[in-house]
Design a protein around this ligand. Structure first.
Ligand SMILES: Cc1cc2nc3c(=O)[nH]c(=O)nc-3n(C[C@H](O)[C@H](O)[C@H](O)COP(=O)(O)OP(=O)(O)OC[C@H]3O[C@@H](n4cnc5c(N)ncnc54)[C@H](O)[C@@H]3O)c2cc1C
Length: 456
């Protein structure tokens, strides 16, 4: 008998569950938290709907956008959609005109404010070179050389850091600071000095090189639990599936008929620990918890070793509720050489007037400060940059210390298929082209669903 369990109700797990439910395959989702969404979830604070972190989607997140629509979302209503624009307040501004890709980007680079002519040309010619390379680092055996240098670079098994790639292509320090570093941190949540050049190229390939709409920036107007997982739960239940919250998996045991899951104490259905056997299990929980759950299974020792080897990077979001008249010059803008990296005016985005979200991605000095000190620094930066003299009515700092895996060169990420045919792995950290993103998570879930349904 086919009965499938999905452990983890984040974007990866819910995508897998939706895809299986669509095919009429019975699914049960086990989520340990009270609410679905995992690292992209709604959080209520002071009667205000927040997220555990401000997120941004790109137009090239095709699977994510498709899944949101499949479960009943309306992209026009759910998102503020803007053409690609990067604005580092007073230091750099790039805006893509309404031209076909990749012309839109080339014209945007050639018109960018805050760069010298030489830098604009250098950035545009770098993009053209990447296009000629098909956004792939050549393998050392291909004999190709990507720049003026003679040394061939990159390729399968010979990735490099983004810093190295940018230096080889003559990108000046100002270009790196104003354009490539903010892009790399936003996309990979990993500083350029240690970020994988190839994964950065994968994102640039999909976002900048195909359709103009792929580079659009989509900022959600509703919280991340409501955006997809909650709707997905409804979709699954309508097709006979079950979604259990506050009901985590405490242990897994391979048995003859598949995998036995023992639940946490106190799952709502039973009120106690229970063991159930499923013919197939998709484990879609974050890497550190996945390693804990899988460690006791000897056949998975190599998988666990791969997960253990992953490093992690934080993301901090500082929410500041100012009086409702406070607003920023744009719904989203960045700051140059400040602690605050990206600012989102939730008034302009979602009608939450006076609420500003400040995102600080990847490791940095801010990790040494108390949450109060960090909020005060951000408040001081907003005052210095925009002359905001008001005092916030409240602030809330959400520190996700293991927000994503550190996306470093030549990373070995565990495959969705494991040595146990009845157990699959989903999650943003599993094998894929993308860094830890919603799209990476959703793609991994869909891959698991595809592998499972093709095995029946
Ligand atoms: C602050 C922040 C900002 C981000 N910004 C962006 C962005 O702008 N754009 C973007 O694309 N991505 C962004 N990301 C990354 C994105 O949120 C993640 O890549 C994605 O949500 C990961 O989804 P997942 O399903 O793989 O894992 P998770 O979201 O971690 O889901 C795993 C689920 O498993 C549950 N679980 C854990 N243990 C158990 C257990 N034993 N039993 C049952 N359930 C269990 C967890 O509660 C969780 O709900 C951001 C992440 C953070 C933290």
């Amino acid at each position: 008998m086919i009965n499938t369990a999905i452990i983890g109700g984040g974007y990866a797990g819910m995508a897998a569950a939706v895809a299986l439910a669509e095919k009429g395959i019975p699914v049960t989702v086990f989520e340990s938290a009270r609410h679905l969404g995992g690292r992209a979830r709604g959080v209520a604070h002071q009667n205000t709907q927040l997220d555990n972190g401000q997120h941004l989607l790109l137009g090239c997140y095709h699977q994510t956008l498709r899944m949101i629509e499949q479960v009943g979302g309306n992209l026009e209503q759910d998102f503020l959609r803007q053409p690609l624009q990067l604005d580092l307040h007073g230091h750099f501004a790039l805006r893509a005109p309404r031209l076909p890709a990749p012309l839109h980007l080339l014209v945007a680079l050639l018109r960018a404010q805050g760069l010298t002519w030489a830098e604009r040309l250098s950035a545009a010619s770098f993009m053209l070179t990447l296009r000629r390379m098909n956004f792939k680092l050549p393998s050392p055996t291909s004999g190709e050389s990507v720049t003026r240098g003679t040394k061939p670079v990159g390729g399968e098994g010979c990735d490099m850091t983004a810093t190295e790639l940018l230096a080889r292509h003559g990108q000046s320090p100002a270009l790196v600071q104003k354009l490539w570093e903010p892009l790399c941190i936003a996309a990979l949540n990993t500083p350029v000095a240690i970020a994988s050049a190839q994964v950065l190229l994968n994102v640039l390939r999909d976002a900048l090189n195909q359709e103009r709409a792929d580079s659009d920036m989509l900022i959600p107007r509703i919280d991340f639990t409501a955006l997809f997982p909650q709707r997905a739960a409804h979709y699954i239940e309508q097709r006979g599936g079950t979604v259990l919250t506050s009901c985590g998996a405490a242990s897994l045991r391979p048995v003859e008929q598949g995998i036995e899951i023992t639940t946490d104490q106190g799952c709502p259905e039973s009120g106690q620990r229970i063991a159930m056997t499923y013919s197939h299990v998709i484990c879609a929980i974050p890497p550190t918890t996945a390693a804990k759950l899988l460690r006791p299974i000897p056949a998975l020792a190599d998988v666990v070793a791969q997960i253990d080897a992953l490093q992690h990077q934080p993301i901090y979001t500082v929410y500041l509720q100012y009086p409702s008249q406070v607003r920023l010059p744009h719904p989203m803008l960045g700051l140059h050489q400040r602690i605050s990296q990206w600012l989102f005016d939730k008034g302009q985005i979602a009608g939450q007037y006076g609420l500003i979200a400040c995102v600080i991605s990847a490791e940095g000095l801010h990790q040494d400060w108390s949450q109060n000190e960090l909020a005060l620094k951000v408040i001081a930066e907003l005052h210095a940059e925009f002359g905001i003299n008001d005092t916030p009515l409240w602030h809330k700092v959400i520190a996700e210390k293991r927000a994503t895996f550190a996306c470093t060169p030549d990373l070995r990420r565990p495959d969705q298929q494991t040595p146990l045919p009845s157990l699959l792995l989903a999650g943003d950290y599993t094998k894929g082209d993308y860094p830890a993103t919603l799209e990476g998570a959703i793609q991994s879930g869909l891959r698991c669903a595809e592998l499972l349904s093709s095995s029946f």
